[in-house]
Design a protein around this ligand. Structure first.
Ligand code: GMT
Length: 377
């Protein structure tokens, strides 16, 4: 099948899911075309059935805002015609589902049918998409998609609650590539750079937005290190980073916290990690937690959104109410203070992660692609 994938190419979870999906589809013999404004971060090697087409938005002095949707829909039309693309799979509703709908209509006028699969990821529904300025267009483009998927049951419910959506929503959870992530990470930074032999390593990875509750990450760690020798690895960058640095200084733990920024050594860092923290306000799924669990890392998270669908209470870690720093720290200490408890949680976390193996999840997308191709509307 010839598939176009539209996504945000940056470090966010939706872009990661879209890229990993495209890579695996290409390995399974599909021809995949990424269409976005820059090459997705995890897309390093192109091949005969893996293409990248850049969307350019020319600057024009009249425009206060550059019309990206227009450029994207035109690019989609061109690429469908040039490569005979059969299906558009767009990740993140805004503005991708909208641009795909316009492209589909333009192509229809020329007698070309191309169905749209839209995958909802989270903030496109729960945060940005629900804003009154976007809401009607988001609802419209979801309803006009041929197939709609969401990454969790929780996100599916949120979509029906926030929007006047009458389309069936298929839940396909996020996935991980087990073989790749558990391979030997011997190249790159060493454990000794991060912590001493006696110290546990606690890690948080995100885009440091408010929704991630970075101050809670720091406060949980502050309590952990009062009981157990430990270091905190903060990976990623975003608006809350400076605040976190200040809080570390205020709490007197700056020497125990390493800020990596947008690191390329995530696998190395995770391979040395003992515990992952994700105290988010909400997560539609929490891909970062799943990517940690592949390394056999237990997770301390909140219980909001789709997190209970990936982090299982008392098995792969613990879940608490948003903001309950005391309880999250106590649970973290319970896991970290005893080698045998940690070992059990490690093995459980890997066991849960195996349920989300890309090899199990990808055929669910392929089945929906086949269904979309039959629709011809
Ligand atoms: O978490 C973010 O802020 C990034 C965002 C994105 O769209 O790139 O992530 C969302 O999609 C991920 C992949 O499906 C999910 O695992 C994340 O939970 C979700 N984030 C939120 O719902 C806050």
């Amino acid at each position: 099948m010839k598939i176009a994938i539209v996504c945000y190419p940056t470090f966010g979870g939706s872009g990661v899911v879209a890229t990993e999906l495209g890579l695996e589809l290409s390995r399974r013999g599909h021809e995949v075309h990424f269409i976005t404004y820059s090459q997705p971060v995890r897309l390093s090697q192109l091949s005969p059935n893996l293409h990248y087409h850049e969307v350019n938005v020319p600057e024009y002095p009249l425009f206060h805002y550059q019309p990206y949707e227009l450029a994207l829909s035109s690019k989609l039309v061109d690429m469908v015609k040039l490569y005979g693309i059969e299906l558009l799979h767009v990740h993140y509703a805004i503005p991708h589902a909208y641009a795909a709908y316009m492209a589909k209509q333009m192509l229809k006028d020329e007698g070309i049918y191309v169905p749209i699969v839209t995958t909802l990821h989270g903030t496109d529904i729960t945060l940005v998409g629900s804003h009154p300025f976007y809401k009607p267009a988001v609802a419209f483009s979801i309803n006009k998609s041929d197939i709609v998927t969401s990454v969790s049951e929780s996100l599916k419910e949120d979509t029906y609650r926030h929007f006047n959506v009458h389309k069936e929503i298929h839940v396909i959870p996020n996935f991980v590539e087990l073989d790749k992530n558990t391979s030997d990470p011997s190249i790159g930074c060493r454990r000794s750079v991060m912590a001493t032999e006696k110290e546990r390593i606690v890690t948080h990875i995100s885009n440091f937005r408010k929704i991630k509750r970075i101050p809670d990450v720091v406060r949980i760690f502050h309590k952990i290190q009062q009981e157990i020798p430990a270091k905190l690895m903060l990976v990623g960058d975003g608006p809350e980073r400076e605040k976190a640095e200040k809080l570390c200084r205020k709490l007197g733990i700056s020497d125990k916290v390493i800020f990596f920024g947008n690191s390329n050594e995530i696998d190395q860092i995770l391979s040395y990690t003992d515990l992952f923290l994700l105290p988010s306000e909400t997560e539609s799924f929490g891909l970062a937690a799943l990517e940690a669990m592949v390394w056999g890392i237990p997770v301390i998270s909140t219980n909001s959104g789709g997190l209970p669908e990936v982090n299982f209470q008392g098995i792969s870690g613990y879940l608490s109410d948003v903001g309950n720093v005391e309880e999250m720290a106590a649970n973290a200490i319970r896991i970290l203070k005893d080698d045998s408890v940690l070992k059990q949680f490690r093995s459980n976390a890997l066991g849960v992660a195996k349920q989300f193996d890309i090899k199990k999840i990808l055929p669910l997308y392929e089945a929906l692609y086949e269904e979309a191709l039959q629709l011809k509307v």
